[in-house]
Ligand binder design. Structure first.
Ligand code: KG4
Ligand code: ZN
Length: 346
């Protein structure tokens, strides 16, 4: 089949992104991948503020799209389809992207395709590695935590996930509890390098339950309690105790993710016996020790392990363009009635 050139647009959380992807299903390459992050904008608020995010998306989106096209040396008329995240996410941000894409589509006549943000993450492994359906996907970010059996670009089975906080959220809250900077994942990981994970005994919720569900909010509460114990004993939080708490927290998250990945592999193979790959995506997949432990699990269970480069694990528009390419190939095109959906399960 003929090569396609797809423009992707993403604005569902705190990154304003556009990208151009070229090729065919299973063999696509990234011509440009522009991300304007809002981390600094939200830093002083201790989290993403939806109204501020929406305004920043609206201000940046046209520029980011222009830059993605220019870097790819493509004119809008050379684009086969415009793929845009239509949900789930913060509605103000999603609307910015959808309106931008509709405007471009209406002005140029280039077809419009609404993409589910989670499908973008779930299909990323195919953009970076030559892997075939079906495969098992562990999506772990600040807002999401789920195991997905991916049998096709529009065929997903959710095998389990968190029943409360996402792991990234737990990393962020733990950082806040311990006085470390946001985003919490990288700062907790860095601090844990100097820590001993065995000093504090922290819970591994639902570890032994025979399903693929997880829980992380109790773990964060345990960190809070342990911190308060240390403070009341020492009159403050010594650097070493902080590092030990970070290491203990990270080890607990790792243990839960590995144990549940093992179960999810079995559950996936019970449905689709030809599953050969475990792929991870989402910001938490950037974590070194977590990646390492999952890699080890895969070696043990004769499973192929795929962890896309960090820039493609976190929010980006190349994954949206690729997901759009697969939809376009199947003739799944939207029109100008495409609407933004704050909630949109796969
Ligand atoms: O996928 P992402 O960029 O955005 C969404 O949540 O959709 O993920 C961001 C999350 C944040 O909670 C951040 O703390 C976490 O990913 N994160 C990490 C690391 N880098 C980012 N968590 C653990 N270790 C890391 N190295
Ligand atoms: Zn995401």
């Amino acid at each position: 089949s003929a090569s396609l050139t797809i423009l992707g647009i993403e604005s569902s959380c705190d990154d304003t992104a556009a990208a151009v992807v070229h090729g065919v299903a299973g063999k696509a390459s990234i011509l440009s991948n522009v991300v304007f992050g809002q981390t600094e904008i939200h830093a002083s608020y201790g989290g993403v503020v939806p109204e501020i995010a929406a305004r920043a998306h609206a201000e940046k989106i046209d520029h980011v799209v222009e830059q993605a096209l220019a870097t790819a040396t493509k004119n809008i008329t050379e684009i086969d389809a415009i793929a845009v995240t239509a949900g789930p996410g913060l509605i103000g941000g999603v609307l910015s992207g959808v309106m931008c894409a509709k405007g471009l589509s209406a002005a140029s006549g280039v077809p419009l395709i609404g993409v589910n943000h989670l499908a973008g993450h779930a299909l990323t492994p195919q953009l970076t590695n030559e892997i075939e359906f079906p495969y098992l996907m562990l999506l772990v970010s600040g807002g999401h935590c789920q195991f997905l059996l991916v049998e096709g670009h529009d065929t997903y089975t959710r095998l389990g996930g968190t029943i409360d906080d996402a792991p990234g959220e737990a990393f962020d809250k733990t950082a806040r509890i311990l006085g470390l900077p946001q985003p919490g994942g990288p700062s907790v990981e860095a601090a844990s390098l100097q820590g001993d994970s065995k000093v504090f005994s922290l819970p591994r919720p639902l570890l032994n339950r025979d399903d693929c569900n997880m829980s992380f909010s109790g773990l964060k509460t345990a960190v809070l309690r342990a911190r308060d114990d240390v403070i009341s004993k020492h009159g403050g939080l010594p650097t070493q105790a902080r590092a030990d708490l970070c290491a203990g927290f990270q080890a607990a998250v790792t243990d839960v993710l590995v144990a549940k990945s093992r179960r999810a592999l079995a559950a996936a193979r019970a449905i689709a016996p030809s599953v050969k790959t475990l792929a991870v995506a989402g910001g938490v997949a950037a974590n070194g020790p977590i990646r390492h432990a999952l890699k080890q699990l895969c070696a043990e269970t004769e499973t192929f392990f795929v962890a896309p480069p960090l820039a493609l694990c976190t929010d980006n528009a190349a994954m949206i363009a690729y997901a759009g390419m697969l939809r376009f190939t199947d003739g799944m095109i939207d029109d100008l009635t495409l609407s933004a959906r704050p909630r949109w399960p796969l």
